[in-house]
Write a protein that binds this ligand. Structure first.
Ligand SMILES: NC(=O)c1ccc[n+]([C@@H]2O[C@H](COP(=O)([O-])OP(=O)(O)OC[C@H]3O[C@@H](n4cnc5c(N)ncnc54)[C@H](O)[C@@H]3O)[C@@H](O)[C@H]2O)c1
Length: 363
């Protein structure tokens, strides 16, 4: 597509003003690259609450009402419940707006194709933001590995523990659509939050040629099925193997300013290892990145390891991209489809008893 960077601040609208707005908004505040002109949510309470941040912005109960208003908008920040992503994004692109959306892009490849087609047909950009790629300790982890400091990479491992106690409040309404997703086989840990872990794998080591998965289930009552315990392993095209395990610690307290998710990334090289100790939560109180080589452990004590900063930096990157066109989108719509394929390969593998599935061949 042809994209000409804006020579003035872009005019943006937030579509959906729920829980994640609180973090996503950080890249918009005090940012000369953007002017927030509209806030859209069917909930009057949400509109009123968020209007305090943007007293000049107009508010609407739906994207259709915004489109009909004649208000000039260039880009939309999509924070809709995941089941509304595909139809919602097609509609928003059709209104002539560039889209920056939250993960998961959508549930299947047909919807992904519809979304990419809509971007193309309307000559608009579709970005599926990936804030984990802007998390300072992960950026540093990548650069340590690429510097050769831990030697040639022999493998890596990601860990995720969903804990039941601690963290910020998540309104029940934010959980309701997750239950809808669960019924469609798109669980909260593997598909929703897991999307980020799959993204980091592709970002770190490139395309994947084989995935093997064993996706479990823990039932917490009618309609509440959590997709753990789960183990997924894979091999990248470059030969590096990765693994990820998800466990539940239902009664464990985890200190967190956000969701109660205890995460780690550990990359093993021929002469050492590098490990990110935490991300969303604050489980391990050591430096967020540690690098072990030759009998010595080095800790990075001054990284910006507040998870919220990754949202701020992702949004700033996007808004600056619109002004300059510089750098990768992280992710473009097409790149996000690779993440979707990775997840779909895991589902296909698990359903078939853990056989190897090539994500490039899933349908
Ligand atoms: N990047 C991350 O780490 C991260 C973390 C949490 C959530 N998310 C993603 O962000 C998205 C939103 O999640 P959330 O937790 O904020 O959900 P939420 O349920 O808290 O908020 C969704 C908001 O959208 C509004 N809404 C519903 N239908 C609408 C419509 N047709 N038009 C406009 N607004 C509408 C709701 O009223 C609600 O205010 C999801 O895709 C989720 O997966 C991403």
């Amino acid at each position: 597509m042809t994209f000409t960077p804006y020579v003035r601040p872009v005019r943006a609208a937030f579509i959906g003003l729920g829980r994640i707005y609180d973090l996503n908004v950080r890249g918009y505040l005090d940012n000369p690259d953007v002017e927030v002109v509209a806030l859209v949510d069917p909930s009057a309470e949400r509109r009123e609450q968020r209007q305090a941040d943007w007293p000049e912005a107009r508010t609407f109960g739906s994207a259709a009402a915004l489109a009909a208003s004649g208000l000039e908008v260039d880009v939309v920040e999509v924070q809709l419940p995941a089941p509304l992503h595909a139809d919602g994004v097609v509609e928003l692109l059709g209104s002539g707006w560039h889209v920056n959306m939250q993960k998961p892009m959508c549930n299947d490849l047909l919807d992904a194709e519809r979304m990419l087609d809509a971007a193309k047909a309307n000559d608009r950009i579709l970005r599926v933001m990936e804030n984990y790629l802007f998390y300072d300790p992960l950026i540093k982890l990548k650069s340590v590995v690429e510097s050769g400091e831990i030697g040639e990479v022999s493998g890596y491992h990601m860990k995720m523990v969903g804990t039941g106690l601690g963290g910020w409040d998540v309104p029940f309404s934010s959980f309701e659509w997750q239950m809808e997703q669960m019924k469609l086989g798109r669980g909260i840990l593997v598909f929703d939050d897991g999307w980020h872990k799959l993204s980091t794998a592709i970002w770190l080591f490139g395309p994947i040629r084989e995935v093997r998965a064993w996706i479990g289930n823990t039932n917490f009552g009618p309609g509440i099925d959590i997709d753990a315990p789960t183990s997924i392993v894979w091999e990248h095209v470059n030969g590096v193997r990765g693994g990820w395990d998800i466990a539940l610690a239902t009664d464990m307290y985890l200190r967190s300013d956000y969701y109660t998710n205890d995460e780690r990334w550990e990359i093993t090289g021929r002469v050492g290892f590098a490990r990110v100790n935490r991300c969303t939560g604050r489980g391990i109180q050591q430096p967020s990145l540690e690098v072990y080589v030759g009998g010595e452990m080095r800790g990075y004590h001054a990284l910006d390891d507040d998870w919220a900063s990754s949202f701020r930096d992702s949004a700033r990157h996007w808004l600056s991209w619109l002004r300059t066109g510089d750098g990768p989108l992280l992710w473009s719509g097409e790149e996000a489809v690779d993440v979707l394929r990775f997840a779909l390969a895991a589902y296909a593998s698990s359903a078939a008893g853990g056989i190897g599935v090539d994500p490039r061949l899933v349908s």
